[in-house]
Design a protein around this ligand. Structure first.
Ligand code: NAD
Ligand code: ZN
Length: 359
């Protein structure tokens, strides 16, 4: 049936809006054990932003390095257990960073109230109870994690989100000043996640007027940011990118992602490639599925002098290719959207293996 999806409860957007956090969280401090858990990308540990946190003496501030790997179930369980054992249940969780940090904040807010390991809840609507208050602050834009209903975790068996309506943030602060320091390559790859979300949302059977309206506007912004004569990492474009990311996320929520994301999940799960970069590695070879999007993607690569590696598959074993194809094949909902309900007649494990061999 139709998706009945939950949106973020409150959003504040604009330069300097980060400064409103103290005021926003104050009424929530009376909840649970009267302290906040701040989860922040380690990049900010020695930066000015960390001096502007509205943290009080009772609060817990954790700087997390997201670069070694994407968030794992084990990492969430360990952090949750540590906080519960030392301080009890927080009033709320605040995640300040990219998709990884926002997913950690979303996941842990659910795991404070749902017993056992987060591996038990990887999937759709498996979470039993609402989590605690959680607030997200993106500092790099593109994944749409700020708006999505999922907190993507890599577990021992699968890379799959804790997906339900309680995953969605209670509050998001969109302050474009925070993304100014993103290095150019990450700015490109993460922004391309938005672009690919929209292309995939638009190209498939679940596309509809609602998802289309968001994708259309987000794609327009992406073109201004990455392709037009005023493209590049400017303040004006940062203002747009935060909105494009949000709208791309809303578009795919009401439609679905497709072939590129299925392949990307395989690259992340088996080879540990980061989501947005993995998308770019895959997307460049998907001319059979997204020809128009690919032409534009190539122009954007050229414009920003980004070179993606080629012939990677030469160094992959047959076992790795099979394992990646298996991960991708199992994402039935993506193939269903991209190819149609009869996708299994058209797409086999071998088709997918061949797509990996193109990389
Ligand atoms: P990330 O959070 O994994 O890493 C961001 C990188 O950029 C880090 O190196 C970080 O230190 C750096 N960074 C962040 N902000 C910065 C700033 N302002 N200045 C300088 N450096 C900065 O990256 P991402 O691409 O945003 O997120 C990827 C993750 O998001 C993956 O784990 C993926 O699974 C997840 N994801 C989730 C959803 C969802 O809907 N929940 C959607 C897509 C992807
Ligand atoms: Zn994505």
């Amino acid at each position: 049936m139709h998706k009945n999806f939950k949106n973020i409860e409150k959003i504040v957007y604009g330069r300097g809006s980060f400064g409103m956090m103290a005021e926003i969280i104050e009424p929530v401090r009376k909840e649970n054990n009267h302290f906040f858990l701040f989860i922040i990308d380690q990049y900010f540990q020695d930066k000015e932003l960390s001096t502007r946190l509205p943290a009080q003496s009772e609060d817990v501030v954790k700087f997390i390095d997201v670069d070694p790997h994407e968030p794992t179930t084990e990492q969430i369980d360990r952090l949750r257990d540590e906080i519960l054992a030392t301080k009890g249940i927080p009033s709320g969780v605040i995640g300040i960073g990219g998709g990884s940090i926002m997913d950690i904040a979303k996941a842990i807010s659910l795991m404070f109230t749902n017993e056992g390991s987060s591996t038990l809840y990887q999937g759709l609507n498996l979470i039993k109870k609402p989590g605690i208050y959680h607030l997200g602050v993106p500092t790099i834009s593109g994944t749409g994690a700020e708006v999505s209903m999922t907190a993507v975790l890599t577990g021992p068996e699968k890379k799959l989100g804790l997906k339900c309506e309680w995953t969605v943030f209670n509050q998001v602060i969109l302050d474009p000043e925070l993304i100014a320091s993103v290095p150019r390559d990450k700015w490109f790859y993460t922004g391309m996640d938005t672009y690919i979300h929209c292309i995939e949302s638009e190209t498939g059977m679940l596309n509809n007027a609602f998802s289309h309206a968001y994708a259309e506007e987000s794609l327009k912004l992406c073109k201004e940011i990455y392709l037009d004569k005023n493209s590049g990492q400017t303040a004006e474009n940062d203002d747009k990118l935060m909105v494009a990311s949000l709208m791309g996320g809303l578009s795919l929520t009401y439609s679905e992602v497709g072939v590129c994301h299925a392949l990307s999940y395989g690259l992340s799960k088996i080879l540990g490639e980061k989501h947005c970069y993995a998308n770019c590695l895959a997307f460049q070879h998907l001319e059979d599925y997204y020809p128009q999007g690919l032409t534009e993607f190539r122009a954007m690569l050229q414009k920003h002098q980004i070179t993606l590696p080629q012939n990677l598959s030469k160094n992959w074993s047959e076992a790795q290719i099979t394992a990646m194809a298996q991960v991708a094949y199992n994402l039935h909902h993506m193939w269903n959207h991209a190819i149609g309900t009869d996708w299994k007649d058209k797409i086999s494990l071998d088709t997918i293996k061949d797509l990996y061999r193109r990389m």
